[in-house]
Design a protein around this ligand. Structure first.
Ligand SMILES: Cc1cc2nc3c(=O)[nH]c(=O)nc-3n(C[C@H](O)[C@H](O)[C@H](O)COP(=O)(O)OP(=O)(O)OC[C@H]3O[C@@H](n4cnc5c(N)ncnc54)[C@H](O)[C@@H]3O)c2cc1C
Length: 460
């Protein structure tokens, strides 16, 4: 598909020329997302401000046979908002309003371009809580979070984006507008189309509004850091905490490489003389929180923790959480190319998977920093490499293949939260199997017969 001059003129007439970018230097920032080593110039970028405009653009794209790649903030880590050649990038970042906070029903309605942080802040201002907190929450949009079904640091106790989506307004590829879901806690009328659009990675429709569930804010929180001389001890601590039927809200892991990079970057006073660090948080009512915190510290010590530290106040707790959120950025500073993956395994297989990743790094002579949502079994092996070194990139690809194969073998998945996009589409058939692939392809064809939305993503 290639964009014709008259398509540019039609788009400018529809959206206003000030909302359409066509010059090469303006398009460059939209030619990549957060995924390393993927770049493609689009044909143009259009900023949408209303649902009607989104609908008009999709109708026009259908007539012109033009591809449309929906974009939030472009922080995706699987190439989901990477443009296809000559496509229209449909950017929703300016549709960023909170439309309603309903205290009686504990819901929040937002435009898809609102950032996750704006939503969390609006909920907090009303004394409520929106738990999903991807590391990118300051800039990622709620539309992007829904399209990727994003997780975060609190997934273990509170779940992921899917668990908070009550309704969606979606513009279908032919421009028709669909509402799915509502404020009812229970609703079993028809297929759950809402669930179909969650995690659809911009391939089935353009989400324009999101209705979210909010919950009461936990009154107390306790944050702890434990360090270990061996990775196995940290993994065993996680297993023992879960086996003791304690579900912390955060159970995050950093390996030696990541700890050093984070401390160098964020300077929060992390202990450096260790192989593994666990950041753990428990929340709820003050009594149970204090009791759980004591049991967690006990379990860490029994597993040989070198040091167990309890954050003395909210500001220290916030500094530690910020340090963990900065892990990817901190690792990204030390090499020209940083490739972050999110292989995920059942929690019982975590220790095996961590050992496997370390073995792969050694075998292929690669530098890998691993961190992640340990309580969810969701690891982020992060390759510190250089895309200009073809020979090394070949070894990186081989290492990835081995890591994904092992994750599948252990009963895990090729992506726990970042999505398939372009980066993992070659691994999807092996993971999903023939029947699932057929149903997914047919669903996509029914909704988007002209294949205008995000072509080449998830599968061809
Ligand atoms: C530093 C950093 C930390 C991160 N931490 C986490 C983390 O902890 N957990 C996690 O899950 N992810 C994380 N991510 C990945 C990323 O931030 C999430 O996938 C996020 O949800 C993407 O939001 P976005 O607005 O940037 O979407 P984009 O990157 O713009 O788009 C992502 C996908 O969603 C589609 N899309 C976007 N908006 C819409 C819409 N309105 N309607 C339909 N489709 C749409 C796009 O086509 C694309 O396929 C992190 C990324 C970075 C850079």
């Amino acid at each position: 598909m290639s964009l014709a001059q008259n398509t540019f003129s039609d788009l400018k007439r529809l959206a206003g020329s000030e909302n359409v970018l066509t010059e090469a230097e303006d398009l460059i920032p939209y030619s990549f997302d957060g995924t390393a080593a993927l770049r493609q110039m689009p044909g143009c970028v259009v900023f949408a401000s209303t649902r009607e405009l989104v609908s008009g653009i999709l109708k026009l794209a259908n007539q012109a046979g033009a591809a449309v790649v929906t974009r939030g903030s472009g922080t995706g880590l699987s190439g989901g908002s990477l443009p296809s050649p000559d496509c229209i990038v449909l950017c929703l970042a300016r549709m960023d309003k909170i439309l309603e906070l309903d205290r009686a029903n504990l819901t929040l309605l937002a435009q898809a371009g609102a950032t996750t942080q704006t939503i969390a802040d609006a909920a907090a201002a009303a004394g409520l809580f929106y738990p999903p907190d991807p590391g990118s929450m300051k800039i990622s949009t709620i539309g992007g979070n829904v399209a990727e079904n994003s997780g975060g640091l609190r997934g273990l106790k509170y779940g992921i984006t899917r668990n908070y989506v009550m309704g969606l307004e979606v513009v279908l590829p032919d421009g028709e507008v669909l509402w799915t879901g509502n404020k009812c806690v229970k609703d079993v009328a028809g297929y759950s189309l809402r669930d179909l659009f969650i995690g659809s990675e911009g391939t089935l429709g353009v989400i324009t509004k999101v209705l979210l569930k909010l919950i009461p804010k936990p009154p107390a929180k306790s944050t702890m850091v434990a360090t270990f001389a061996r990775m196995d001890q940290a993994a065993q601590t996680v297993s023992d905490i879960i086996a003791a039927q304690i579900i912390p809200c955060t159970l995050e892991f950093l390996d030696r490489t990541t700890i050093h990079c984070v401390e160098d970057f964020a300077k929060v006073g992390l202990p450096l003389d260790c192989e593994a660090l666990l950041l753990m948080e428990t929340d709820g009512h003050p009594g149970p929180v204090a009791e759980e915190a004591a049991r967690i510290q006990d379990i860490a010590r029994k597993n040989g923790a070198v040091e167990v530290r309890l954050a003395k106040d909210d500001s220290e707790a916030a500094r530690l959480a910020t340090a963990r959120r900065s892990a990817f950025s901190a690792l990204a500073r030390v090499s020209p190319t940083t490739i972050l993956e999110d292989a995920t395994v059942p929690r019982s297989e975590l220790a095996k998977m961590i050992r496997f990743v370390a073995g792969v790094a050694q075998k292929h002579r690669l530098r890998i920093g691993t961190f992640g949502h340990m309580g969810d079994g969701n690891l982020h092996p992060t390759f510190l490499t250089d895309e200009r070194n073809q020979e090394e990139m070949h070894r990186v690809e081989e290492a990835f293949r081995e890591i994904f194969d092992e994750a599948i073998r252990l009963g895990g998945t090729i992506t726990g939260e970042h999505g398939v996009g372009v980066a993992k589409k070659s691994f999807l058939p092996k993971f999903a199997g023939d029947a699932q692939m057929r149903v997914m392809r047919e669903l996509r064809k029914v909704l988007d017969p002209n294949a205008i939305l995000n072509p080449g993503k998830m599968f061809d």
